[in-house]
Write a protein that binds this ligand. Structure first.
Ligand SMILES: NC(=O)c1ccc[n+]([C@@H]2O[C@H](COP(=O)([O-])OP(=O)(O)OC[C@H]3O[C@@H](n4cnc5c(N)ncnc54)[C@H](OP(=O)(O)O)[C@@H]3O)[C@@H](O)[C@H]2O)c1
Length: 264
């Protein structure tokens, strides 16, 4: 299995939560990192926490600003000449009933979680195809595998990633490029505070279940393993990841369980 030393790893959403956790674990492996998100101060803080000997570059990136992607991809490639692993992690969640979610909020969720992610990937791919190697990682969610109340558009944006990246995997496998889709359950990050409500304002509070999820550090060590093994799909969380299998094999039972559980 491959090591990560001297590899160039580009992480979106690196300023917080899962992105920060992945920056720290890959830095420990002495990988070279490109840390992206919109908030440069937070990216600086994450860079200062990275302990490894690899290079740590900051590249601000708004996943809604596709017109800037060609320049951003050029800059990312200029650091080390190649991207070995692109980790598409930046994203936002939702806490609102479908009937109330305003169309501009639904579009924003798709712009960031789906369109920004697939367009950045599309623009990185030619450099990987030229080298005949590379690894695209996508952070989906367990709700990319099943639906959940208050997350209709978020869940749809994550389901869409599966359709896209499962298809892409077939197209690029002969170019030596792997595609891994990671589905976290509840992980203790800012995701529920930053989740969009019906009118687009952040929810601003930590959900009970998110607060009891895996720590970002636990997620970091598990995701490192999944990426090292170039898994096609991995579920990382506590009991909630079982829902993926229950939904698949016992869909009526799954419906009853979610209907009776307190979802926030
Ligand atoms: N934590 C969980 O329980 C959980 C479960 C399943 C899936 N996930 C997924 O994990 C990923 C990371 O979320 P998290 O839990 O770490 O939440 P988080 O703490 O809220 O972090 C979200 C990250 O996404 C970035 N981001 C948001 N909007 C962006 C935009 N327009 N352009 C660029 N970057 C943007 C944020 O950076 P800036 O604000 O600095 O731009 C931040 O770094 C998301 O895709 C989320 O859907 C999380």
């Amino acid at each position: 299995m491959a090591g990560f030393e001297n590899k160039w790893i580009w992480i979106t959403g690196a300023s917080s939560g899962l992105g920060r956790a992945m920056a720290l674990v890959f830095s420990k492996e002495n990988a070279n990192l490109i840390l992206s998100s919109r908030n440069v101060d937070k990216l600086e803080d994450v860079r200062n926490e990275c302990t490894g000997t690899g290079r740590k570059e900051i590249l601000t990136l708004d996943l809604q600003s596709e017109s800037e992607f060609p320049e951003k991809v050029d800059q990312a490639l200029s650091f080390g000449g190649a991207i070995d692993i692109l980790i598409n992690n930046g994203g936002i969640s939702q806490r609102a009933q479908a009937v109330n979610t305003q169309p501009e909020v639904a579009r924003k969720l798709f712009e960031v979680n789906f369109f920004g992610t697939i367009e950045l990937t599309r623009q990185v791919l030619p450099s990987m195809i030229d080298r005949n190697r590379g690894h695209i990682v996508v952070i989906s969610s367990v709700v990319g595998k099943f639906g959940s109340p208050l997350r209709s558009t978020y869940s749809a944006s994550k389901h869409a990633l599966h359709g896209y990246f499962d298809s892409l995997r077939f197209e690029v496998q002969d170019n030596g490029i792997d595609v891994s889709i990671i589905c976290p359950g509840f992980i203790q990050t800012e995701v529920s505070r930053n989740a969009l409500t019906a009118n687009g304002n952040p929810q601003g509070k930590m959900d009970n279940k998110t607060s009891k999820g895996l720590t970002p550090e636990e997620f970091g060590s598990k995701v490192l393993n999944a990426i090292r093994k170039r898994k096609k799909e991995a579920y990382i969380g506590k009991y909630e990841v079982l829902g993926v299998h229950v939904k698949r094999f016992l869909p009526n039972l799954f419906h009853k369980i979610i209907s009776r559980s307190e979802v926030t």
